[in-house]
Write a protein that binds this ligand. Structure first.
Ligand SMILES: [Zn+2]
Length: 226
């Protein structure tokens, strides 16, 4: 009897054939190096496929996924990915992408003990606490849930900006820019939350500046004189 996963190898064979039909050197080029312009940090949810929904090809996006697209500097996985993407791949854009209908965010709104998931989901409960006044004022539960998903993206963007590697690379190159997006499962559309990267950077600098410089202020002043 055929095992269900065997279809994956059949698919792979067809994919290799189709790529070679397009370009006989496809894998030669692919294996030579990677120079992605984007780092995508998204949820592990099987319905949110990073490259496919962005129309990107292999080699164009460096990807990190975990439950509810969390960035936490105590998590070696996301920290290493961001550090490598910024310092070595020199990505120009870092995208934190949440999605409506996120089970991780929903679980964090639910008063129950989920064992090992508790410390992870607690990071989303912290987002709720930071924005509690705004969230509690939203009566409709579904609207509140959607807003928490957006605010979670915003807070994870801030966590990316807190990192020294990101701040230092930005001084040198004016990159990377951090973006916050949400994927709407019901329409398939990507929504840009228009995170104001420079403004966030300026606001958090007092506490989170790791560059030992007056760079944000000087950049702001320079712009005023232009
Ligand atoms: Zn999710």
């Amino acid at each position: 009897m055929k095992k269900s996963y065997e279809v994956i190898f059949e698919n792979n064979k067809k994919w290799v054939e189709s790529k070679l039909a397009e370009n006989p050197d496809f894998f030669k080029i692919l294996s030579a190096s990677q120079t992605p312009e984007y780092l995508y940090i998204g949820c592990s949810d099987s319905r949110v496929s990073a490259e496919e929904m962005m129309g990107m090809k292999p080699g164009e996006v460096f990807v990190h996924r975990n439950i509810a697209n969390i960035v936490n500097t105590l998590d070696m996985n996301s920290t290493a990915v961001i550090q490598y993407a910024v310092e070595h791949l020199k990505v120009k854009h870092i995208i934190v992408c949440g999605h409506y209908g996120c089970g991780g965010v929903k679980a964090a709104m639910t008063p129950q003990d989920l064992g090992l998931l508790n410390p992870w989901l607690r990071l989303i409960r912290d987002v709720y606490r930071i924005h509690q006044a705004e969230l509690d004022a939203i009566e409709d539960e579904n609207a509140r849930y959607k807003r928490l998903i957006e605010l979670n993206v915003q807070e994870q963007c801030i966590n990316v900006i807190k990192m020294a590697a990101v701040q230092e690379r930005y001084i040198l190159d004016d990159y990377p820019i951090v973006h916050g997006w949400v994927f709407d499962l019901e329409t398939g559309k990507l929504i840009d939350l228009n995170i104001d990267f420079e403004e966030i950077l300026k606001n958090i600098q007092k506490v989170y500046d790791l560059t030992n410089s007056e760079w944000v202020m000087s950049r702001t002043n320079n712009k005023n004189f232009q």
